[in-house]
Design a protein around this ligand. Structure first.
Ligand SMILES: Nc1ncnc2c1ncn2[C@@H]1O[C@H](COP(=O)(O)OP(=O)(O)OP(=O)(O)O)[C@@H](O)[C@H]1O
Length: 275
């Protein structure tokens, strides 16, 4: 059971990110509770990867407040506490699955003797977690795209991170593998208390999350549970709730624009409709 008093895993206040000439995240306020799966959902280009990069500390030009596991995002002490899987699998094609994991395990936990035993156990467990035991001795270069992304996930699981940040881990996977991966995320959160922040642009995956951050064009449309979102918008699915919220946001910005233009023409009639 989650302790209500426990500080959140991630806390963002007025989080803003500029990339090149564009402001790609605009003054976001949100929290991500510990030990749960929070889905970051929104259309391609809305800023999901940028937000994740900010959380793991690899994004430049971040302003506002962003605390991760009680430290400012990017603090060196966070490195070993966060597992991050990007959209491009970072594996060595000329090594086997096990050799890839041995390599990363040696960086995390170097040394001989007891460390070597620990590494062996951690590597075996991570390979099993992602269901690649029968492919442990296959060259990564000979694996399918989905299998390669599972090797990346296994690497992220190696250090038993407190926070797992997964950027669209199910892209390109068949429905069975997608289901299996979501089951794995749930067992990791439930059994190990790991906090998971996972992005997707597939709305049916939203239903599998404990909480959702719904994004559009660098802004947050909602920060709530799937159930509360459906109830609040009187819809049956998170996808319908998302579309409802987009329509609401578009209507609000139109009414803002009308109100601004009427202000500039010295109109005294308020044009913003009640929401
Ligand atoms: N180096 C850059 N310079 C300027 N703008 C950038 C740069 N990289 C990304 N962007 C813009 O920032 C916005 C957010 O990109 P981001 O990759 O975070 O979106 P996303 O929601 O993760 O999309 P996808 O699901 O397609 O990966 C996009 O509109 C993109 O065009």
């Amino acid at each position: 059971m989650m302790n209500i008093e426990e500080p959140p895993a991630i806390e963002a206040r007025d989080l803003t990110v500029v990339r090149g000439p564009r402001t790609v995240l605009r003054a976001l306020d949100f929290t991500v509770p510990k030990g749960q799966i929070t889905g970051l959902l929104g259309p391609s280009g809305c800023g999901k990867s940028t937000l994740m990069r900010a959380v793991v500390g690899t994004q430049a030009k971040v302003t506002g407040t962003l605390n991760v596991l009680d430290h400012p995002a990017g603090a060196p002490s966070l490195r070993s506490r966060i597992g991050y899987v990007t959209q491009d699998p970072s594996v060595y094609d000329d090594l086997t699955v096990r050799q890839n994991l041995d390599y990363f395990a040696a960086i995390l936990d170097p040394g001989r003797g007891p460390a070597a035993h620990r590494r062996h156990d951690h590597v075996t467990r991570a390979i099993d977690d992602v269901d690649l035991t029968t492919h442990a001795d296959a060259l990564a270069g000979n694996l399918s795209g989905g299998q390669r992304s599972r090797v990346s996930l296994a690497v992220a699981l190696l250090g038993a991170p407190e926070l797992l940040v997964l950027d669209e881990p199910t892209v390109g996977l068949d429905p069975v593998l997608r289901r299996d991966l979501w089951n794995l995320f749930h067992s990791i959160a439930a059994d190990r208390g790991t906090t998971i922040l996972v992005s997707s642009h597939v709305m049916d995956e939203a239903e599998r999350c404990h909480r959702l951050l719904l994004m559009r064009e660098g802004e947050l449309l909602a920060d709530d549970t799937p159930e509360a979102l459906r109830t609040r918008t009187a819809t049956e699915t998170v996808e319908a709730a998302f579309l409802h919220l987009v329509d609401e946001a578009v209507a609000a910005s139109r009414s803002d624009a009308t109100s601004t233009s009427s202000t500039s023409t010295n109109s005294t009639t308020p044009t913003r409709s009640p929401r």
